[in-house]
Design a protein around this ligand. Structure first.
Ligand code: HEM
Ligand code: HEM
Ligand SMILES: [Fe+2]
Length: 453
């Protein structure tokens, strides 16, 4: 580690790793509730909210940590203000904890979600970003502080690089696109219209830009790929992500009451979205073959896996149901859920973990460390995830056929014909949890154990 202030990244990583564990434990409870709906004190709706909000938050926190590492490195100076960065960290921890407690409170006593000053106190609705308005404001303040510290660092720096410029552009867009999620409109159509700006434009716009920048950084750090090469490809990837992803939002506007032209716009542009993801994968593989001075094997391993599974989960599992002709049948089924899992896992879970493996050894000042647990964790998580996704893709196919083609009742299909799929999902879920456990243990022990011969 070149700059002391980069150490702050570790705080964010720790919080992210712990929330990851919570997210997956809660995911298993959700999976059991598909089999025994009365299982656990909190109902499925609360558990599901916790599962997907924890996911979004720990990924964001992980990306913040990664940024606090990358910006000093690229700017060649210490962070502009360490106390402010620390304050931003603790403010985030407190806000997130308060929101989680609020969800749990509401799970126990649904009446507690009262309307105060025209907004709901504990849960605003809107899947993935259910945090109430007061928390939205705290989140906005935290993100603005975060951007401020990093921008000031860049401003005072000796040089501006394409990687940090792109990273901060992606993060700034991310902050701006949080705002459409705070509109209230009486029309459900308009409400959903804006809500997708956050959810879609985050994961298929801003976050992919951040992923492009971090991938470029990791290729430079781990295999010494030359800056001009990784930056050139990064610009191509980012341009294509924006070109396809912005109008690709239309794939969520097919059936919600928005005009029919979205079927054309969404169908065409979203079908092109896998192209930049394929280029990222090719970029990662080609670079690792060309530049062989590997300084951190497990780091580059995770980075390449991230690029590959980003393409498979987001690109491939996305494109199979993105045309209106297909989506008409599969919309809102377990096919969607299968894609949601593999896309988030490949694109962002593996991204944050790879950044941790690339930067944590530098933060802890170790050049050699025991990697066997890290690899075992990867295989437990990845193989389990592949089986979870195949299982629920199967469930989704059965569901689409029986419900949408044969016209059987939703609950009849869910409780009878899909039962074995739910059992298998829960079993593979436990395998995944074991992988996460290994990761969390490895995170705390990395560099603190004797290196194997
Ligand atoms: C890393 C990027 C991506 C992530 C994290 C992601 C995640 C998700 C999630 C979680 C949903 C479910 C939303 C809901 O609750 O209804 C969803 C829906 C969808 N995604 Fe993605 N996605 C990504 C990229 C893509 C790409 C590149 C495509 C197309 C090529 C795509 C196509 C779709 C479609 C068509 C739906 C709507 C499914 C439905 O009608 O039920 N996604 N995505
Ligand atoms: C890193 C790993 C994981 C990620 C990224 C992830 C992501 C997600 C996402 C995005 C959703 C919303 C899907 C949608 O609306 O279509 C979801 C729902 C869910 N997840 Fe996970 N999850 C993970 C791990 C797990 C595990 C290990 C289990 C347990 C087997 C699990 C069980 C569930 C269940 C049961 C739901 C609700 C599905 C539904 O509403 O139909 N998840 N997860
Ligand atoms: Fe989308």
């Amino acid at each position: 580690m070149k700059y002391q202030s980069q150490k702050i990244a570790q705080n964010f990583y720790t919080f992210a790793a712990l929330l990851f564990l919570v997210q997956v434990v809660v995911g298993i409870i959700a999976a059991i509730q598909f089999i025994y709906p009365d299982f656990f004190i909190l109902n499925f709706n609360t558990i599901r909210t916790l599962h997907i909000n924890a996911l979004v938050v720990w990924l964001l926190v992980g990306m913040m940590g990664a940024t606090y590492f990358v910006v000093p490195e690229e700017s060649q100076r210490e962070l502009w203000s360490i106390p402010l960065a620390k304050f931003q960290f603790w403010a985030t921890v407190i806000a997130v904890t308060a929101v989680v407690l609020g969800y749990i409170w509401m799970g126990i006593d649904p009446q507690a979600n009262k309307t105060v000053l025209g907004t709901l106190l504990l849960n605003e609705g809107r899947e993935y970003i259910e945090a109430p308005r007061w928390a939205d404001l705290l989140i906005v303040v935290s993100v603005l502080l975060f951007l401020f510290v990093n921008f000031m660092t860049m401003l005072k720096s000796k040089k501006w690089t394409g990687i940090q410029g792109t990273l901060l552009a992606g993060l700034t867009m991310l902050a701006i696109f949080y705002l459409p999620g705070m509109f209230y409109t009486k029309s459900m159509v308009k409400d959903q219209f804006w809500w997708w700006w956050v959810v879609h434009l985050w994961v298929e716009g801003c976050w992919e830009i951040i992923a492009g920048a971090l991938l470029a950084f990791m290729l430079m750090k781990t295999i010494n790929a030359p800056r001009h090469v990784v930056e050139r490809w990064m610009y191509v990837e980012v341009a294509l992500v924006l070109f396809t992803g912005i109008l690709g939002t239309g794939h969520h506007y097919y059936w919600i009451g928005t005009p029919a032209y979205w079927q054309w716009v969404g169908g065409i542009f979203s079908s092109l979205e896998p192209i930049p993801l394929l280029i990222m994968t090719w970029d990662a593989f080609r670079n690792t073959r060309e530049y062989r001075t590997v300084s951190n094997k497990i780091g580059v391993f995770y980075a390449v896996a991230h690029a590959l599974f980003n393409f498979l989960g987001a690109g491939l599992w996305g494109v199979i149901h993105t045309l209106p002709q297909v989506n008409k049948w599969t919309h809102g089924t377990q096919i969607t859920t299968a894609h949601g899992h593999l896309a988030f896992y490949g694109a962002y879970v593996l991204l944050v973990i790879s950044m941790i493996y690339v930067t944590l050894p530098l933060i802890r000042g170790v050049s050699e460390f025991n990697t066997s647990r890290g690899y075992r964790s990867f295989w437990w998580m990845t193989i389990s995830m592949i089986f979870i996704v195949l299982t629920i893709t199967g469930a989704g196919m059965v569901q689409t056929y029986m419900e949408r083609l044969l016209g059987l009742d939703y609950v009849a299909v869910k409780a009878n014909y899909n039962l074995w799929f739910w059992i298998l999902r829960a079993v593979f879920g436990v395998g995944f949890l074991y992988g996460v456990w290994l990761f969390v243990v490895d995170f705390f022990k990395l560099g603190k154990e004797p290196v194997e011969a």
